[in-house]
Design a protein around this ligand. Sequence first.
Ligand code: SAH
Length: 358
Amino acid sequence: MTDLKSMNLEEMSSFFRALGQPAFRAKQVFQWLHRGAVSFEEMTNLPKSLREQLGESCFITAPAVERKQVSAQDGTIKYLWRLGDGNCIETVLMRYHHGNTVCISSQVGCRMGCAFCASTLGGKVRDLTPAEMLDQVLFTQLDSSLPISNIVLMGIGEPLDNFETVLRFLELVNSPDGMNIGMRHISLSTCGLIEKIDKLAQLRLQLTLSVSLHAPDDETRSAIMPSNRAVGTERLFACCRRYFEQTGRRISYEYILIDGVNDHDWQADLLARHLKGTGGHVNLIPMNPVKESPFRPSRRVREFQDRLERQGVTATVRRKLGGDIDASCGQLRRKQLLEGQTLQDPKAGPAADRGGIR
Ligand code: SAH
């Protein structure tokens, strides 16, 4: 079965050419899929015979809402989606003044092993497909009736560990015949896979790169982020400088402040020394406690911020949204797993067969 929605317009054109169809079919189907069509029957401007032919050889991904939580505090919505194969992933919709932002997942689970993060506790199950990434934006918009203007790739998974898929997703969501979301409205967050950051730099995309730093020294960073052991902070900082030089795009650094682990004055000083003059911006994140983790939120957020600012590095403290709905990375999927509800439902067919979105 062919996953049409993961194709770009060019691939779809050759697909329809091979079926002996006129060139404009590709654009018609592309537009239907990117508007959220869940069946070929809906595509009323296609001949009936073609619709039937497509129905036999192709499938349309459409996640089902497994759980939906709406924050009473700030309107943040968290979706737990069930995918066609029964796996679950999360998407969060945040309502900012500058527009509605979705935080999407790139993998089912994660293999990076960060000690403070709930997404990685069960390891990586599989990569998402481009269509499954796009669906999170598309069906969040359709289900909530809120127009989405910004995307952050900061949900479950390591986007650069699913590199080609993420590039294809960016192409799809950016397409003028699709959702048409501008690259400048997209952020990609990585734990710091340097070979992939270098590859990304060559593409000179207008997106914002966020690097999850969380510590400026190897001892601390390797202890909380196993992916640092092979890379090291010196090489990571050098890679980030190259990225800035090649793309002209300033990097934003995520820094979850953890009590007694990475919130010391000397760490702020070391961080400032590395970032000074690079245009890099630090996003300080009050930690969301994860039950299985021994870490607690820092009590020195303001001091840490002031210390960076005094040394010429801009730092903002991220506003906490959705605190009442397990909105931090991987927490809802984790909860579902722990409650023993089956996340692998062998009976579950493609969501479209089960009535599509709810
Ligand atoms: N793998 C990518 C993207 C997913 S994690 C990366 O590492 O950047 C993205 C972000 O999730 C982290 O940088 C952090 O901002 C947030 N995060 C993870 N666990 C958290 C926790 N316990 N509290 C607060 N934020 C958390």
